[in-house]
Structure formats: C-alpha cells, structure tokens
Design a protein around this ligand. Sequence first.
Ligand code: PMP
Length: 379
Amino acid sequence: PMDWINEKAKTLRQGAIRAMFDKASTMDNVISMGIGEPDMATPELVCRAGNEALEKGITHYTPNAGTPALRRAIAEKSNLKGVGYDPTTEIIITNGGMGALSLLFLVLLNPGDEALIPAPAFLSYGSCVHMASGVPVFVPTEQAKGFQPEPDVLERHITPKTKLILINSPQNPTGTVYPRETLQGIADLAIRHDLIVVSDEINEKIIFDGEEHISIASLPGMRERTVVLNGFSKAYAMTGSRIGYAAGPERLIAPIYCAHQYSAMCPCTYAQWGAVAALRGPQGHIADMVKELDRRRLMLLDRLAAMPGVSFVRPKGAFYIMVSIPGLGTPMQAAEFLLDAGLAIVPWDEEHLRISYANSYENLSIAMDRMEKALRGRF
Ligand code: PMP
C-alpha cells in the first residue's frame, strides 16, 4: 500500500547523476565525466594503518564521537588547528561528511525551519534538510559573477524561520572558492540575524591558481556559531572508508553525539585508524593529486574555450566545471546529445551541466574530441 511510506520519503527522488549513470552503463564506450570522487587510490600508508588495526584486533565500537586519537589528530593537524577545537568536546567523527551533514540537520532544525543554500549546490543538501523536516531555500548565484554568493541576495531570503546558512567552498559543483570578502559578508549576515553557519570544507585541499582556502570559523565572532564539516573522501581519496567529521562549539556538537548514539553509533573503527595515519603521515600525495587534477583542469578549460556554444566559469577548486550549452535545449537534452556522442555529463539544474574531471587525462582528451566534433556538427 502506498501509505506505508511517509510523506517526506515519498518526495525523495534518485538524483540526476544516478539516472544518467544508469543509462550510460547500458552503452558501450562512453567516457564518464560524472563521478564525484577522486579517481586516485587511497594512499598506501592509510591502507596499511587500517590493515594493522584489523590485525591488532581493533575491530570493536569506538566512542560515539569517534576514536580520541583521530579527534586529537584533527585538532592538531587539520587546517582547523588555527581555530583551536577541543578534541574531547568540539569534534565528532562521522560516517563520511554525509553522516555529519545529516545528523547536524536532525539536531538543528525544527519542522519548517529554513536553511539558506547558495545554488547551484551539492545535490544532497536540499534532501538532507528536507529529511530533517527543514525547508531548503536555494538562493541563486550567477554564472556571470563566478557563482559567488552575494550577501545582500542571501539577506533578502531571510525570514523569521531562517535558522542557518549552508556554504561550501571550494564548491561542488561550480569550483567556486569564496574569497575573504564574501566570507566576511556572510559572517556579518549570520551575526546580524543570529544564524548558524554550516561550512562544508571537504574540498579545502583541492584548490588552484594560488587561491587560499579560508574557514569562515576563523573570522572574528564566527567560531561560536559555525559548524565546519570535513572528511577524508577528497584529500585522501578515501570515499569508501566513510570517515568525515564536524567541528564546532560544544553547544552545537554535543547534541550530535547523542544523535550518533541512536543512529550509526560510530564510524568504522579501522578506517578511523587509517585516517589518523592520513593526517599524521607525509602529505605529499595531496600535492601530487592536486597537480594532476590541475593538469586536467587546464586542458579542459583550453578545449572548452575553443568549442562553439559552450560557456563556463574557470573553477578555482574542487574537480568540476559547470558548463552551459543553451543551444542544445535543456541541460537534460544537452546531456542526452553528448551521451550519444560518447561522453556522460550530469545535467545539474535548469541551466547547467557539471563536468567532473575525476577521469584520466587521456580519457578526458578523447571526451573533449568527441564533444568538440559533436558541437561543431551542430553549431
Ligand atoms: N560535501 C560535498 C560538497 C561533496 O561533494 C561530498 C561528496 N560528493 C560530500 C560532502 C560527502 O562526502 P563524504 O560523505 O564521502 O565525506
């Protein structure tokens, strides 16, 4: 019977990414530019540390907040060290950044509370807010302005129900890196309207063109009202290990400990030991990964610039490029046209498609040849 499923769940849909990939998987010789995870392998020393933990029999539950060694490593070694979080009361380890995100909304949002989300945004944000009985309020950003959120536009969307602003820099899907002025504008807004800021910094290490990642938690007056989300999926290519974390003031983090106790309990124990090794070990592989991603990014930017009908913004971080090809119709129609040409790109919103460059340089080159040929045939 239909009403076995509650009203909230009935509105959830599989994302466009899944649908696209289900279709692409039935076709031969399609190059995927849709994946949202680094194609690199998890660094060997991380795997070794996870294995060692298993061999030592470290296979039981950890505290709901995660293993103290990992919380200490995050407090001491991550970019948050400057903000100075107490590893015993202000950091929680979760099942990926997604675990932190969903628990956070569960403990923060009353039914009907609104979360402001600059859009285009990571697809999970709206659904996570919705599952927690909140209301996602997408605040548009403009391609012509590099998809930078504008504090005065955000402010116009604030209502008495607004509880938080969810930001993401470097951003998925646009590659936008928020400069200090943007962050300061958002901080001023949050302080003026007494809002919480949730800052998803999972792409902090994947940054180009000499840009600098700044955590909004480090701006004056923001530590007490910010929750930083981060994880090991991107910088350490550990998507399958499912280790993420949230850091913030105790009054925002403590309720998550309980929510964790009554949901997942704790993240995978031995993967947490892999994460300790990731933070405490040499960091050279991050630079190697970013260098390779940058090589692909620059190639794609050159190739796209030479194609008719395509517009885009030069991304400064993450590993995506948002493109607009209005001459092909809707983004869904454009994606289908490109799929027929042999490349899979995700239709993101009403205007854009997202290219991910988590694929080899060689494959991406072939994909660009196919795209250019198809577009030249059309325009
Ligand atoms: N935030 C953003 C912006 C992401 O792109 C992703 C992964 N695609 C996540 C959070 C979640 O990552 P994970 O749960 O693997 O840590």
